[in-house]
Design a protein around this ligand. Sequence first.
Ligand code: MN
Length: 200
Amino acid sequence: MYELPELGYEFDALEPHIDARTMEIHHSKHHATYVAKLNDALSPHDTLKNLPIEELLTRLFEVPGASRTAVRNNGGGHYNHSLFWKMISPGGSKDPSGELAGAIKSIFGSTDNLKAKIIEAGVGRFGSGWAWLVLTPENKLEVMSTANQDSPLMEGNRELLGVDVWEHAYYLKYQNLRADYLEAWWHLVNWNEVEKRFSL
Ligand code: MN
């Protein structure tokens, strides 16, 4: 059985960039529903339902056909959101430092260029999905986006930073202005968490 993780801060902690009502619905309704539907989809599959979520998502091919789409969508949703809540924070370091800062500078030129690339990836994602900074299997930093609730992990990448660009993540406050949401979201990036994932 998978469980909805604690958010780790209050719903209103990310104001004014992300409003409390959006956080409440996003965590206690959307994320909770992914968890419930994932558990439903796996209920007949005893060997799969107790795997760590990361492992489950790299073994989707083992999920019987009738359940596979539900596991992919809801398992990806559970995993992505569990990361997302930690990648933003009311506190935390506001800039990358150490080896991560050096890697960002060498690949993207500057943190501002990285920001622009992530925003571009998020705005350019047609429909619902995510924009990411990942570490590829070749240990290279890369910006990418995924559709729906697919996760970079499914292709062997390690997520360092990700942003949800589903309308449910921003529509109450930003309506159609996805780029404005992404600009505001950038203020909340928890670089301590990004660095922690970089050095895993
Ligand atoms: Mn979401």
